[in-house]
Design a protein around this ligand. Structure first.
Ligand code: TYD
Length: 237
């Protein structure tokens, strides 16, 4: 790609951002299989709503029509040996739709958006896990989301053995069946990403009780929201 074309892509990203100021707050949840993300998100959403925030939750892949179709293909019907590039392209398509249809409009309306997986999942699974260049995957994330990065990312870290046990307990899907070495690379990848971006990532020990993990998440999110001076709905109306 020529330099000129690259510059044009970034101009588009910048001008989109200036046209639609983003007032909300984007929190993404990441981690290996069975890290308890969805339970934590449910509880956090309830808590934040009770505090008066507008909260939107979504999961990846899924939530939009295209996202649910991609989920069905990637987790159920695709062959075990699907190429890493095809796998990535499908996750990216689901992400582009989710951002365009749900995440960006919600943020523009001032909501707190809680996402069960986002771009870091592709960097961890298709990058570190399947062996694609993690930096390239991150660039593609920026492209399909028009540069929409999380304000905060909660990484719920669980040892691979614990995840495997939870996956076995509930008929493993195509990616859960990818093997221990794969899941070890995913976990190490996540930890490396968190070390590289300590201001964005909060890493929590997922082997703790649901309550312990939840209270650590709440503390961190309340601090972050306070520092952004995000006024809850009840106070602004
Ligand atoms: P899901 O059942 O939602 O798993 P979990 O409860 O662990 O989030 O399935 C999503 C699977 O898809 C999970 O194995 C991670 C994988 N995945 C990727 O490999 N790349 C991605 O970009 C995303 C979003 C998910």
């Amino acid at each position: 790609m020529s330099l000129a074309a690259g510059a044009a892509i970034f101009r588009t990203v910048d001008s989109d951002r200036f046209r639609e100021p983003i007032r909300g707050f984007l929190v993404t949840f990441e981690g290996g299989e069975g890290s308890g993300k969805s339970t934590q998100i449910e509880r956090l959403a309830e808590f934040l709503r009770a505090e008066g925030h507008e909260v939107v939750t979504a999961r990846e892949p899924g939530t939009t029509e295209v996202g649910e179709a991609v989920r069905e293909i990637l987790l159920r019907t695709a062959p075990e040996h699907l190429s890493a590039e095809a796998e990535l392209a499908l996750f990216l398509a689901a992400r582009a739709e989710l951002v365009a249809e749900i995440v960006r409009p919600a943020l523009e309306a001032g909501a707190v958006v809680l996402l069960d997986r986002y771009g870091d999942s592709s960097v961890a699974y298709q990058g570190y896990g399947r062996g694609l260049d993690p930096g390239r995957v991150a660039e593609l994330n920026a492209f399909v989301t028009r540069g929409l990065a999380p304000d905060l990312t909660v990484l719920i870290d669980v040892p691979v053995e614990a995840s495997a046990a939870r996956s076995r307990a509930r008929a493993p899907d195509r990616i859960e069946r990818a093997g221990t070495q794969f899941h070890r690379r995913v976990r190490d990848g996540y930890r490396e990403m968190a070390l590289n971006e300590p201001e964005r990532f909060v890493v929590l020990d997922g082997t703790g009780s649901i309550e312990t993990v939840q209270s650590a998440i709440r503390d961190r999110i309340q601090d972050a929201l306070a520092s952004r001076i995000l006024t809850p709905r009840t106070e602004s109306s």
